[in-house]
Ligand binder design. Structure first.
Ligand SMILES: [Zn+2]
Length: 226
């Protein structure tokens, strides 16, 4: 029988897969579209950083594969996957500029960075143990453990919520820098925006999926208590 909580689970799964496939498709498409000035992700990242006085931020190749691009605040480095680093595509410059956007947030102590980071230790513990605690509490019928697991998954959701403004802001900065710096033309800014919107969607989908899962387990918890 298709119960409401199985339905919620399927919905969470479908939303996650849909968002992932959207970003993969956008990337596959825009990775094949060369930008007019033939600038690599590295060239654009390095130049935007310099234009903003961030000479101390290094840009390096990340070996973690496709879409592993990220800014690392610990080492203060922008890490770009090989294709983004080397290729002169729309996807490369959009993603590179987005990661530089994160470096800019840290450089100017953007308020949401502090808000999110204050939750980081709890979010890491919850990320590692939340689901395990929840499943054990559910399977062994230990209500207090089940509830603790739900709360920990709630903390994961809160962290995902606080991540959203940082992601939107980094993309906004990326588009401003790309057009102000003259790296791309007007049409290419629109393409870069489409690429970054698809990427941002995965963060929204992850949050929605977590919320649906929480709702599902709260319902199961409620039924057990009755
Ligand atoms: Zn980002």
């Amino acid at each position: 029988m298709l119960t409401i909580d199985i339905l919620l689970y399927i919905l969470a799964l479908v939303i996650t897969i849909w968002a992932q496939s959207k970003v993969q498709n956008a990337y596959q498409h825009f990775a094949k579209v060369a930008n007019e000035r033939r600038l690599s992700g590295y060239a654009v990242a390095r130049d935007i950083l310099n234009r903003n006085g961030l000479y101390n931020v290094q840009v390096q190749v990340s070996q973690n594969g496709l879409l592993s691009d990220h800014y690392d605040p610990k080492s203060n480095t922008v890490n770009l996957s090989p294709k983004v680093y080397n290729d002169a595509s729309i996807a490369s410059v959009a993603i590179a500029a987005h990661e530089v956007g994160h470096a800019m947030q840290y450089a100017e102590n953007y308020s949401m960075v502090g808000v999110r980071n204050s939750l980081l230790p709890l979010a890491i513990v919850s990320g590692h143990a939340g689901w395990i605690v929840l499943i054990i509490g559910l399977a062994a019928r230990i209500d207090i453990l089940f509830l603790a697991g739900i709360i920990m998954v709630g903390i994961i959701g809160l962290f995902q919520l606080f991540t959203l403004p940082l992601e939107f802001d980094a993309s906004k900065r990326a588009l401003v820098q790309l057009s102000d710096g003259g790296y791309v033309n007007t049409d290419e800014v629109a393409d870069a925006k489409e690429m970054l919107s698809a990427a941002a969607l995965t963060y929204v989908a992850a949050l929605v999926a977590t919320l649906l899962q929480i709702l599902r387990f709260v319902m199961i918890y409620g039924r057990r208590r009755n």
